[in-house]
Design a protein around this ligand. Structure first.
Ligand SMILES: C[S@@+](CC[C@H](N)C(=O)[O-])C[C@H]1O[C@@H](n2cnc3c(N)ncnc32)[C@H](O)[C@@H]1O
Length: 423
C-alpha cells in the first residue's frame, strides 16, 4: 500500500545537502529541496538521524531556487545541490565550515570567501558500466543506491571526459558479457585521457585487442586493467607518456593515482601552500600522493620530505625527483595514522603540510601540537575532521592565520579547504 502523503515545510539544509523539515518530534530529510520549500512528501525510512522522505510535489518553492543545469539531477547521486542559486549555494557551503569550526569552539574569523568551482572542469570520473541484455548502462550510481543512471550528459566533467561516454558504452558492449559490471576510471592528464578498467574479466587476447583499438580510435594516452581484488594494474597500451606537471616537474602518473579533482582547485590549494611556506628551508609534505605539493614546494628552493602510505606513489615521487635532479626532495613510505612523525622527528622542519583523506590526520595533528614546528598548512576535504585537527593545533599553541575554502566538488556537499596555522 502506498504510504500516505503529508505536507511539510523545509526549514534548513543538512550537512549532506538534504532539506530538513519537522514532523512532530522527528526530522525528515528531503533530498533536492531547500529552506522555504513547501512540499507534499512520503515518509520512507526511519534512520538514526531522522526519517528519509521522498518529495512527491513541490507545492510552493522557497527563495534561492535555481534551474538545475543537468537532466539527470534528482536521479543521479553525483550532485545534490544544482537547485540552489549561486549566492545561496556559496553561503551554504561556507556554512558547513563555519558550523564545523563552531562545534569545536573555534572562531570562523579567518575564513576567506569561497573560491567558486566551475562546471566542465572535473578531471577524473569513476563510471560504473553494466552490460544488460539490451545494451550497456554507464554512469554514476543513483543516490544511496547501486542502480546506475545511464549518462546522457554531465555538466561537471571536463567536456573531453563527458564526450567519451558514448564510445565507452560501445566498448563495454564488446568487452563485457551480459550481466557483467566494470568500473571505468577516466583521468585527463597532460598526455591525454587515461583509462583504467577495473573488472573481474581478465585480459584475454580479444579484450586486449578491443582495448588497444579503442585507444587508437579515441586517441587515448593509455589504457590499463586491474582485477578488483588481485594485484596492481596491468598496462594494456601506452601511446603517450601519462604525466602531470606539478611545479616545474612532469610527474609520470600511475593508473588510478590520486589527483586533485580539478586543475583550478589544485592551483588554489598550491597557491596557499607555497605562499605560506615561502621563506622556509625544510618542509615535510605529509600525505603527499604523487607530489602535487612536493614539487611546487621544491621549486621555492626548499628541501622537501614527502611521505605517503602508498609505496607506488612514493616510488613515483622518487622517480620524478631523480629525473629532475632534485636531490633536495626525499620520500618515505609511512602509515601516518599508525606512525605519525613525532616531535623529535618534526624538529627537522620549518613547516609541515598535511593533506589526509576524509578521516583527517588526528595522530599527526597531536604530534604537531607537541612539536616546535612553527608553520602548518592543512589541506582537507572534510570540514568536520579538519575542525577536530585544527582544535588540536590551536590547543598546542598555533593560531589560525587563514582558511581558504575551495569549491572543488561543485554541487556536492563536499568542501575542500587549505588552512595556514602559525605559532
Ligand atoms: C587527499 S590525498 C592527497 C594527496 C596529495 N597531497 C595530492 O594533493 O595529490 C590523500 C593521500 O593520503 C594517502 N594516505 C591515506 N591514508 C594514509 C595513511 N594512513 N598514511 C599515509 N598516507 C595515507 C593516500 O595514499 C593519498 O595519497
Amino acid at each position: 500500500m502506498a504510504k500516505p502523503e503529508i505536507e511539510l515545510l523545509v526549514e534548513s539544509l543538512g550537512a549532506r545537502g538534504d532539506g530538513i523539515a519537522r514532523h512532530g518530534e522527528d526530522r525528515v530529510f528531503l533530498p533536492f529541496t531547500l529552506p522555504g520549500d513547501r512540499v507534499r512528501a512520503r515518509l520512507e525510512r526511519a534512520g538514526r538521524e531522522g526519517i528519509a522522505g521522498r518529495v512527491v510535489e513541490i507545492v510552493q518553492p522557497g527563495p534561492g531556487r535555481a534551474e538545475p543545469p543537468c537532466r539527470h539531477f534528482g536521479a543521479c547521486g553525483g550532485c545534490a545541490l544544482q537547485h540552489l542559486d549561486v549566492g545561496f549555494y556559496a553561503e551554504w557551503k561556507t556554512g558547513l565550515l563555519r558550523t564545523a569550526l563552531a562545534r569545536r569552539g573555534l572562531s570562523d574569523g579567518a575564513v576567506e570567501p569561497l573560491l567558486p568551482g566551475r562546471p566542465g572542469t572535473r578531471r577524473r570520473a569513476d563510471f560504473t558500466a553494466l552490460r544488460r541484455g539490451e545494451g550497456v548502462v554507464i554512469g554514476f550510481n543513483a543516490r544511496m543506491s547501486h542502480r546506475v543512471i545511464d549518462l546522457a550528459e554531465c555538466p561537471i566533467l571536463l567536456p573531453e571526459i563527458a564526450a567519451l561516454v558514448p564510445a565507452l558504452r560501445t566498448l563495454c558492449a564488446d568487452i563485457l558479457a551480459v550481466g557483467d559490471k566494470a568500473e571505468l576510471v577516466v583521468a585527463a592528464t597532460e598526455g591525454g585521457l587515461d583509462l583504467l578498467v577495473v573488472d573481474a574479466g581478465g585480459l584475454g587476447l580479444k579484450r586486449r585487442e578491443a582495448l588497444v583499438a579503442f585507444a587508437e580510435d579515441r586517441d587515448l594516452a593509455r589504457i590499463s586493467h586491474r582485477h578488483p581484488r588481485q594485484g596492481g594494474p596491468e598496462l594494456v597500451v601506452e601511446r603517450r607518456p601519462v604525466t602531470m606537471r606539478f611545479g616545474e616537474v612532469a610527474v609520470p602518473i600511475p593508473p588510478g593515482a590520486f589527483l586533485q579533482a580539478t586543475a583550478d582547485g589544485e592551483a588554489a590549494l598550491t597557491a596557499v601552500v607555497t605562499e605560506a611556506a615561502r621563506d622556509v628551508v625544510t618542509i615535510a609534505d605529509l600525505y603527499c600522493g604523487c607530489g602535487t605539493f612536493t614539487f611546487p614546494l621544491a621549486a621555492t628552493g626548499a628541501a622537501v620530505h614527502a611521505v605517503d602510505g602508498l609505496d607506488w606513489q612514493i616510488r613515483t615521487v622518487e622517480r620524478a625527483a631523480r629525473a629532475a635532479m632534485l636531490n633536495r626532495v626525499t620520500a618515505e613510505v609511512r602509515d601516518l595514522a599508525k606512525r605519525a612523525l613525532q616531535p623529535a622527528q618534526l624538529a627537522a622542519y620549518d613547516a609541515v603540510v598535511f593533506d589526509p583523506p576524509r578521516a583527517g590526520a588526528q595522530a599527526q595533528a597531536e604530534a604537531l601540537a607537541q612539536s616546535n614546528v612553527p608553520i602548518v598548512v592543512a589541506i582537507s576535504c572534510n570540514p568536520a575532521s579538519f575542525a577536530r585537527d585544527a582544535r588540536l593545533l590551536v590547543d598546542g599553541g598555533f593560531h589560525i592565520e587563514r582558511i581558504q575554502p575551495v569549491d572543488q566538488f561543485l554541487w556536492s556537499p563536499h568542501l575542500e579547504l587549505a588552512a595556514v596555522f602559525r605559532r
